[in-house]
Write a protein that binds this ligand. Structure first.
Ligand code: SF4
Length: 484
């Protein structure tokens, strides 16, 4: 049984228990959310048991990693995905495996192998074998290696889906929602169809004068995915590629089909996420999140960014991080990172780190705003360390303590009661710490100069109250004379 089928049967699987432990919720809560389709646990049975690489044709020579199950849904903490993968122009399996490690090191909860160059089969298997986080792919990429899209047959599609499921891939982006009738709707767009999968399938449909082959074979694809418990990530082939095209008729026509496919996949026992836009102005993000929730029955929404402006190439990890924060706040369950290389090149390891950190910020900020249990505790610990000017503790708590430490040490190599930003005399944290020490009454120099009862401007009644209070001994609960 898949996780979805088990949950519907009332069974709590080991994977549900693990997700509950990681999210600090009960296993029954996880089961109920999975049963409703509002939370998915992408966990291919072959990745789960570390058996993916044991097929002779897929062996990579390494002992395969076992998946550490992750829950994706808006009721739990927001997840981030890192896209990696070789292009036909640059990179290799080894380089991509390094990027995978780097992405996980910097907090990626899931990784997609989007390779379109090199040995795709070997690279994919290496990703699965080296990963403890769920691995996703877009199977259509491999379907058109060594053939033109026009030559793609239904058999090619099902064969490749089976191949990748057997390799242990945990979730598939399947662009089954873009239909022939949608194609006229993109005619007036500024950036047309920007999804690789969407544009390839549009070409196939125009060439053959037939419906999207992924839509036509959807039930057969579902049967294969069910067998391995691969999760759908229903692709948004018509996502907007610019602010000008956001929230248009084409995008929402496809979303309606994704809603229909969500129900069909669930009926087949397959878990479903839905992919979302792209480029969206800030004021349209909430509406987009709420519309998906309604149309797709609260299936976990997995969004790319979205970028909230188009004019900062080189900084699109930031333009999209702003949109991702808003998206997560209003219900997106997983945020697909964008790196500084977006629109201009293939990300290297440093870009992967930049993208991951930007998206960890987005996810965490949204979790705080949503009141995800425990999300704020980390921040409060950091604030206490800051207030105490406890530098080692601050760097220990920092998400990237190494960078924070290096920046601190550039100007001041000692940990002391200030930093180089304001210097000793202007350090408000230090002054505030001194005030607290003094006000606590524990400071050796503490000598009240003027009892509060003698302060000018007090009414007679206040004066009597304070004089009475001053006569009582100070206590440690904060009620003493110095506490005010
Ligand atoms: S010197 Fe300024 S920036 Fe540095 S700890 Fe003190 S208040 Fe903060």
């Amino acid at each position: 049984m898949t996780q979805l089928e088990s949950a519907r049967a009332g069974i709590i699987t080991e994977q549900m228990k693990r997700v509950a432990e990681r999210e600090n919720v009960t296993a029954a809560f996880v089961r109920d959310k999975v049963a409703a389709g509002h939370l998915v646990i992408p966990a291919n049975v072959r990745h789960l048991h570390g058996s993916a690489g044991r097929d002779p044709q897929h062996r990579t020579g390494t002992a395969p990693c076992r998946l550490d199950p992750t829950g994706i849904g808006r009721a739990v903490s927001t997840k981030i995905n890192a896209n990696i993968g070789a292009s036909p122009v640059t990179s290799s399996t080894d380089e991509e495996t390094d990027k995978l490690r780097w992405a996980v090191r910097w907090g990626a909860d899931a990784v997609m192998d989007l390779s379109t160059g090199g040995d795709l089969n070997a690279c994919r298997q290496a990703m699965v074998d080296h990963s403890t986080v769920p691995i996703g792919t877009v199977p259509i990429y491999s379907m058109i290696i060594n053939r033109n899209i026009e030559e793609l047959t239904y058999d090619d599609i099902l064969r490749e889906v089976e191949n990748q499921a057997r390799q242990g891939v945990d979730f598939f982006t399947i662009h089954a929602g873009v239909l022939r009738e949608h194609l006229p709707l993109v005619r007036n767009r500024v950036t047309g169809i920007v999804s690789r999968g969407g544009s390839l399938l549009a070409k196939w449909m125009i060439h053959h004068g037939r419906e999207n082959p992924l839509y036509d074979t959807f039930d057969e694809i579902s049967a294969i995915m069910r067998q391995y418990d691969v999760t759908y990530s229903l692709g948004d082939g018509l996502r907007p590629g610019s602010l000008a095209d956001a929230s248009d008729a084409a995008q929402f026509a496809e979303l309606d089909v994704l809603g229909e496919l969500t129900h069909r996949a669930r009926e087949a026992g397959v878990q479903v996420m839905v992919e979302g836009p792209g480029h969206v102005p800030m004021d349209q993000i909430r509406m987009n999140m709420e519309r998906e929730r309604e149309v797709c029955d609260d299936a976990p929404f997995y969004v790319l960014g979205p970028l909230v402006t188009d004019v900062f190439p080189g900084y699109d990890h930031i333009t999209s991080c702003v949109g991702a924060t808003e998206a997560a706040r209003w219900g997106a369950a997983m945020l697909c990172y964008v790196t500084p290389k977006e629109h201009v090149g293939l990300p290297g390891p440093a870009d992967v780190k930049e993208g991951c950190i930007a998206y960890k910020i987005a996810a965490h900020a949204a979790d705080i705003a949503k009141g995800i249990p425990g999300a704020r505790d980390w921040d409060d610990d950091m604030s206490r360390a800051r207030a105490a000017l406890n530098w080692p503790r601050q760097f220990e708590l920092a998400f990237d303590g190494g960078t924070a430490r290096a920046l601190h040490d550039e100007d001041l190599e000692v940990d002391t009661d200030f930093c180089a930003m304001c210097g000793h005399d202007w350090c408000a944290m230090r002054i505030s710490k001194d005030i607290r020490q003094f006000a606590s009454g524990k400071d050796a120099e503490f000598q009240p100069q003027q009892p509060a009862a003698r302060s000018p401007g007090l009414s007679e009644e206040q004066r009597k109250f304070l004089a009475e209070r001053d006569r009582k001994p100070a206590c440690h609960s904060g009620g003493g004379r110095g506490s005010g």
